[in-house]
Design a protein around this ligand. Structure first.
Ligand code: ADP
Length: 575
């Protein structure tokens, strides 16, 4: 549990830093986080070093994340919001507080959560004070007030009265402003919170000044000065107001005295915003007293301070500029990416077109070559018949060479045409009885004289949703290859299937010569053959056609070896 007291804003910095070091040594991250928050608050309340205030809030944030503690997260967001407000980023401060509210919203609504919520509502209400959105300010203030009431939290109620008093003051409803001011003073008197009483007295002094009741104003401001104790910020403000009060009454010596005091404290404490107001009042004083030489010196000081502010503003706008540049760069990157995507799309489109053209070319060429080739082969056959017994051995060999090559060319053209047709033709799918297909293919193959001792076995093959002609072609290719690439006396091909995730997995296994591992991918490419034509005839297109058929159905095809060293062709088709 934490042993940290809530920070009351008056503890000196060196004590806080010392405590932080202690918690760091003792490895107490929770306490360290809270102390960092106090340090951050110290810096932002005094406006001496907002960068440090921010750094400490960040350090605390890191610890809150490490501890995964939502309450600490809320406190850190709060601390950051305070810093942002001090440097003038009111809208961002508001966002941070709204984030904090979101965190609290997720938590179970117990007393602690409500207390935090009330605190944040309150803080938002004070933020809108800067945004000049008075209506919203009252909206959040009422929310805070209701929760504080529910929690019986007097101090919170007192804070709400302060904000209400300010609201009416700005609306020039001084009567109500005084009423709420007194109500909150009453509360803080009960809790003996001197700084808060001092703040109220200072505000009351301002109200009376507006009402031109200078005696009452001075009376309250004096109490404020006394009650602010060591709070330099509050003290210098109250002193300045008192100086102003005297000046408004024409009591110039008193005015000078208090303005000087305010000047010294704000200068020493580097309270720039107060110092600026003090300087302006001093300048008015010098003008009224016709002390022109001193006035010009004072104005010089004002300009210097203004420049300092300006430098800060400049740094801020430099940061903004950098940010904008970063955004522009990101924008540029996004545009380039878009352009590249467009280029890629155009390139893909071009490739598709070329591919289609090639397919059409292969299709048309093979189709158109069929006719002249048929002409050549019929005349070669005619010549073969007419010249029977009239040719010498050499001439016979030449003619045979022409005959076999025209046949080969015919086969290639036929296969190529089929290959191109698979993709170009319209395909219809039906339930195909694969068992029946295998029986049919088996009949065709066994009818060939060289296949008399071949055996083809199939075990209860299923139905698949596919194109009948293509499935026939696929199985014909695979079974025929199993018989062709086979040196056994009794070539055997086994076809089986099993169901696997919405697909049927078929296997066509043979007792043939097998395919070496390194070639098992290559054989599916068009024109890829592992043997010379003298060894085994073929065009090298069959497996490319098979692959296309399977893939067009959304399946896969591959090959490996079986125990006998033969090949097993696997393929899947949708069930
Ligand atoms: P083709 O049989 O017309 O040469 P394929 O595309 O059907 O063309 O087959 C490509 C190559 O794959 C064949 O040349 C052959 O070397 C090899 N092959 C195909 N099936 C088998 C098989 N069952 N056993 C051994 N090798 C095979």
């Amino acid at each position: 549990m934490t042993n940290i007291k809530p920070y009351n804003g008056t503890e000196p910095l060196h004590k806080l830093i010392k405590r932080a070091a202690l918690f760091e040594r003792k490895k107490q991250p929770n306490e360290l986080c809270q102390t960092y928050l106090h340090v951050s608050r110290y810096y932002s309340e005094r406006e001496i070093d907002t960068d440090k205030a921010f750094d400490y809030a960040e350090k605390a944030s890191a610890l809150a994340e490490l501890l995964n503690d939502d309450f600490l997260r809320v406190d850190c967001l709060y601390a950051k919001a305070v810093v942002e407000r001090v440097v003038g980023n009111v809208a961002y401060a508001l966002t941070l507080l709204q984030n904090a509210l979101q965190i609290l919203h997720r938590l179970k609504k117990d007393e602690k959560v409500m207390r935090e919520q009330a605190g944040i509502f309150y803080r938002i209400a004070t933020l809108f004070f800067k945004l000049e959105e008075l209506k919203q300010r009252m909206f959040y203030l009422r929310k805070a007030y209701k929760l504080f009431k529910l929690l019986n939290n007097e101090q919170g109620i007192g804070f709400c009265y302060i904000v209400a008093a300010n609201y009416y003051f700005r609306n020039k409803d001084y009567e109500r402003a005084i009423k709420y001011n007194l109500q909150s003073t009453e509360i803080f008197t009960r809790s003996n919170d001197r700084t808060l009483i001092a703040g109220n007295k200072n505000n009351l002094g301002n109200i009376y000044m507006e009402l031109q009741q200078f005696d009452k104003a001075a009376e309250n401001l004096k109490v404020a000065i006394e009650y602010f104790d060591s709070n330099q910020h509050g003290k210098s403000m109250a002193l300045m107001n008192l100086g102003d009060c005297y000046m408004q009454q024409g009591m110039m010596q008193e005015a000078k005295r208090f303005l000087n005091k305010a000047y010294l404290i704000s200068r020493k404490g580097k309270l720039k915003y107060v110092l600026y107001s003090v300087l302006e009042l001093q300048a008015i004083w010098l003008l009224r007293q016709k002390r022109y030489k001193l006035l010009s010196e004072k104005q010089h000081e004002i300009i210097e301070l203004k420049n300092e502010f300006f430098e800060k503003e400049k740094a801020k706008s430099q940061k903004e500029l950098e940010l904008r540049f970063e955004l522009q760069e990101k924008d540029k990157e996004a545009r380039m990416l878009k352009q590249r995507t467009a280029e890629m799309e155009a390139y893909t489109h071009k490739l598709e077109m070329i591919n289609n053209e090639l397919k059409t070319f292969a299709h048309v060429a093979s189709h158109d070559l069929k006719e002249p080739l048929r002409g050549i082969s019929s005349f070669v056959e005619l010549m073969h018949r007419r010249t029977a017994g009239k040719l010498n051995d050499e001439e016979k060999e030449y003619l045979n060479y022409i005959r076999t090559n025209t046949q080969r060319m015919g086969n290639i053209i036929k296969d190529l045409l089929e290959y191109t047709q698979i993709e170009m033709g319209e395909r219809s799918t039906n339930y195909v009885d694969v068992q029946e297909v295998v029986n049919h293919v088996s009949d065709i193959l066994k009818a060939q004289p060289e296949n008399t001792n071949v055996s083809i076995h199939a075990e209860k093959l299923p139905n698949v949703r596919a194109n009948q002609t293509e499935v026939e072609r696929l199985l014909l290719n695979l079974i025929a290859n199993g018989i062709k690439y086979n040196k056994s006396d009794k070539p055997e091909v086994q076809i089986s299937a099993k169901r696997e995730d919405g697909f049927y997995h078929f296997m066509v296994s043979d007792n043939g010569i097998g395919i070496p591992k390194q070639h098992r991918k290559k054989v599916f490419e068009i024109f890829q053959r592992l043997h010379s034509r003298n060894e085994y005839s073929g065009t090298g297109i069959g497996l490319a056609i098979s692959k296309k058929i399977v893939e067009n159905h959304g399946g896969e095809i591959w090959v490996d070896a079986n125990e006998s060293g033969g090949s097993v062709f696997h393929f899947t088709l949708p069930a």
